[in-house]
Design a protein around this ligand. Structure first.
Ligand code: MTE
Length: 324
């Protein structure tokens, strides 16, 4: 298994700040309590380390053994971090440099809609209070390329628990930031900004649904969707929304960015299925990023044992819609 290791990972646990302390320190600094917090933590080795996106985590959390082997080599970081879809910064793959304009300090995430009480929380505080782990996931883009990335994050189910949704909540509606000053792609007015995605409650609380705050043992790179994004390994990549600012619990199925733009090609469900072609190309195979390989695509991107039950009996009603 080709897992990239950052040299700082080799540091003994005792020599570095724990991940919760690391994220919470960022939260306190972001909240303006900088002087006191920095003073209080000054004695902790690693506390003074910068915490910018793309920089190494002082103490990367352990890899979840159930998600330690994606069955394929991890895509080298320089490859995955230089070939991105982030339309806010351009409708091509070389957006990494433009995405550095994204400002993540003071980032907040709002949990609202059909919940006991709406909550706006700093991204660092949110991440700092969650049980962090690493998961190595396959990612299959609807454009028929794929990669394997070690993500650091926490189960989306934990965020749902924090939000305390009412029983009337049937779906989650995720929203990305809106700032055309910074994200020049958002000046392209024919796109329905901000980027929106949605899930059912059952999908959101499935064990695989993962909120991501890091990649390759580093604080999440801006081009990957800093400071916090979603990853849903059984669905086409466009469902894995980046740079989330709001998660709303709603009764009606949300209309996503791509569905609004082109509903015949991109729907709500978008589960990976090699047997259902995109209207303009086959989904039978995928190009493996960083290699010359093309490999057969697998139903649910190979995660059927974990998620097929979510869709039991729905195929008859939804037909191809389940797979687009
Ligand atoms: N989220 C936002 N906000 N904007 C986007 O353009 N692109 C999606 C998804 N999330 C996108 C997004 C698509 S099409 C894919 S394939 C993945 O992000 C790409 O993730 P990556 O750049 O980390 O590979």
């Amino acid at each position: 298994m080709n897992i990239l290791r950052n040299p700082r990972w080799a540091l003994p646990e005792s020599a570095v700040t724990s991940e919760a302390v690391f994220w919470n320190r960022r939260a306190i600094l972001a909240a303006g309590g900088g002087l006191m917090a920095a003073g209080a933590l000054a004695g902790l080795p690693g506390a003074a380390s910068a915490a910018a996106p793309g920089e190494p985590l002082a103490s990367p959390p352990a890899t979840n053994p159930a998600h330690a082997d994606a069955g394929r080599a991890v895509t080298p970081e320089p490859v995955a971090s230089a070939y991105n879809n982030f339309y806010e910064f351009g409708s091509h793959k070389e957006i990494a440099r433009a995405a550095q304009a994204l400002r993540t300090d003071g980032w907040t995430v709002t949990l609202d809609g059909l919940v006991e009480a709406p909550l706006t929380i700093g991204a660092d505080e949110l991440i700092g209070q969650m049980p962090l782990e690493e998961r190595i996931y396959r990612h299959r883009c609807v454009e028929a390329w794929s990669m394997v990335v070690p993500w650091t994050g926490f189960p989306l189910a934990r965020l749902v628990e924090l939000a305390k949704p009412l029983s009337s909540a049937k779906y989650l509606r995720f929203e990305t930031f809106l700032d055309p000053e910074v994200a020049r792609g958002q000046r392209q007015h024919w796109y329905p900004w901000p980027y929106v995605e949605g899930l059912t409650m059952a999908e959101a609380t499935n064990e695989l649904a993962f909120m991501v705050a890091g990649a390759y043992g580093k604080v999440l790179h801006k081009q990957f969707g800093a400071p916090i994004r979603l990853h849903l390994p059984w669905k086409y990549g466009f469902k894995s929304i980046k740079s989330v600012v709001r998660v709303s619990f709603v009764a009606e199925r949300p209309i996503s960015f791509w569905e609004e733009l082109q509903s015949a090609e991109y729907g709500f469900w978008a589960n990976v299925n090699p047997a259902v072609p995109h209207p303009r190309w086959s989904q039978a195979e995928e190009r493996v990023l960083g290699t010359d390989e093309r490999v057969p695509t697998v139903r649910f991107n190979g995660y059927g044992p974990e998620v097929a039950g979510l869709y039991a009996g729905m195929e008859a009603e939804l037909g191809d819609r389940l797979w687009r």
